[in-house]
Design a protein around this ligand. Structure first.
Ligand SMILES: Cc1ncc(COP(=O)(O)O)c(C=O)c1O
Length: 447
């Protein structure tokens, strides 16, 4: 007889066999792992039937709920046809259809696939550098990113990331890239990013001047500016004006520097438009996608770029080609999940409906905004965030545990609490989430 799985049993076995990501494993002596048996819409359910509302969309990936019947059906259909074939020298219908649809959505004609978000960032950085090399400018090999930026944790992606807790231990391994000021007013929590000075708020215009000064002085050695359009996620949902993106596009054009939009978190409607950069009326040279691309089902990432960049690699000389690869690049199953996700966007007019939903939800969240322990309440699209005043270093873990007790899955970043729920969340569920959040604030931060 196979052993019956219980919460206790799976947690013990997990601690004995799995090295969990983004975790100091010793903390699990105090904060138990959460066992999950199944998912249903916005809910995650353990082996004893206890339910948790996934208010962070499982690390920002889930769009249309767990075990979504339409994505499930597409995957069941695909699995009997083709699960995967290598994409070097071979092709298949889901990859072609997905590339065509992403090109129609963005106007960027060629799609290069990876697996996780960080692999898309690596691809975009390498492609940008290689493009300039192919164009006779091999000296353009540095990248610029914003203070507080997060682009993933492989070595290249970490080199353009400015979140101390992820970066510091590996500092000696990282390329020395260039940082420019964040164009917004919210201070960075130093526990999260390691930025210790409370810098005065930078207006988009001032931050644009700093960017221009850097590009003017060093453009001959800079390949690209990489940026999280409109919202820096891992820095604590820091939001900024589209004016800065517009200015960044102008300056990149002026100084012949690529603009890489890392839409890994912001893409697929999170900020209220399909892609955040649309709100600035610009087109980046590269767009990195992942997370919501498959509706939160399977690892898949993608870099989209302009046809003329693609053309610079098209040559008789093999070494001018982009020889980068991952074994699971463009997996047929993952591409099919992505197609099913795009079908839902189209058939359900998701972006439009989310606008009304978000307006209602912001009203429901009023009690949080007015809570005396809360400051810097902010909202964009399907993201709501706020900061808790005067927190201790252990705040995030304590808040996570206290909200979980009430059945709400919230993972603050530093002192910033945020909601980034799957789009299928109903009004009643959001109201319930607000109530649990207020109860948690009252428990964790008694006034
Ligand atoms: C903006 C951004 N870029 C890149 C990444 C890295 O993606 P992944 O964790 O899939 O490697 C993330 C992940 O949170 C992200 O938010």
């Amino acid at each position: 007889m196979p052993e019956k799985i219980s919460n206790k049993n799976i947690v013990e076995r997990s601690l004995a066999s799995v090295w969990h990501p983004c975790t100091q494993m010793k903390h699990h002596e105090q904060f138990p792992l959460v066992p999950i048996a199944r998912g249903e819409g916005v809910w995650l359910i353990d082996f004893e039937g206890r339910r948790y509302l996934d208010a962070v969309s499982s690390w920002w990936v889930n769009l249309f709920g767990h075990a979504n019947p339409r994505i499930n059906a597409a995957l069941k259909d695909q699995i009997d046809k083709l699960e995967h074939v290598m994409l070097a020298g071979f092709t298949h219908e889901p990859a072609v259809q997905l590339s065509e649809r992403l090109a129609r959505l963005t106007g960027l004609g060629h799609a290069f696939y990876g697996s996780d978000g960080a692999s898309a960032v690596e691809i975009a950085l390498k492609m940008s550098f290689h493009y300039w090399r192919n164009c006779g400018k091999p000296g353009k090999k540095k990248f610029v990113s914003l203070e507080g930026s997060y682009h993933g944790e492989t070595i290249g992606a970490l080199s353009v990331t400015d979140v101390a807790i992820f970066r510091d231990a590996y500092g000696p391994l990282l390329n020395n890239n260039l940082l420019v000021p964040f164009p917004g007013s919210k201070k960075v929590d130093r526990l999260t990013t390691g930025i210790t000075e409370a810098k005065p708020p930078e207006s988009a215009a001032n931050a644009g001047v700093s960017l221009e000064n850097l590009l003017e002085a060093r453009h001959h050695e800079i390949a690209a500016l990489i940026i999280e359009p409109l919202v820096q996620g891992a820095a604590g949902m820091r939001m900024y004006s589209p004016d800065y993106l517009k200015r960044a596009r102008e300056l990149c054009d002026k100084y012949q520097v690529h603009l890489i939009a890392d839409e890994i978190m912001t893409g697929f409607g999170r900020t209220g438009t399909m892609f955040a950069y649309e709100q600035a009326g610009i087109l980046p040279d590269f767009v990195c996608l992942s997370k919501g691309l498959t509706g939160g089902y399977l690892p898949l990432s993608c870099v989209l770029t302009r046809d003329d960049i693609y053309a610079a690699f098209y040559h008789d000389d093999v070494s001018r080609g982009f020889l980068h690869s991952h074994s699971y690049t463009g997996s047929a199953l993952a591409c099919r999940a992505a197609l099913a996700t795009l079908d839902i966007f189209e058939s359900d007019a998701v972006i439009e409906k989310n606008r009304d939903k978000a307006a209602r939800f912001s009203l429901y969240a009023k009690a949080i905004r007015e809570h005396p322990a809360v400051e810097n309440f902010r909202h964009l699209g399907m993201i709501w965030a706020f900061d808790i005043k005067g927190t201790k270093p252990t705040f995030a873990r304590g808040f996570f545990a206290a909200s979980l007790k009430r059945g709400a899955l919230l993972r603050p970043i530093g002192n910033s609490v945020y909601f980034m729920p799957p789009y299928v969340i109903e009004d009643d569920e959001f109201k319930w989430l607000v109530e649990q959040t207020i109860d948690t604030i009252n428990e964790v931060c008694p006034q």
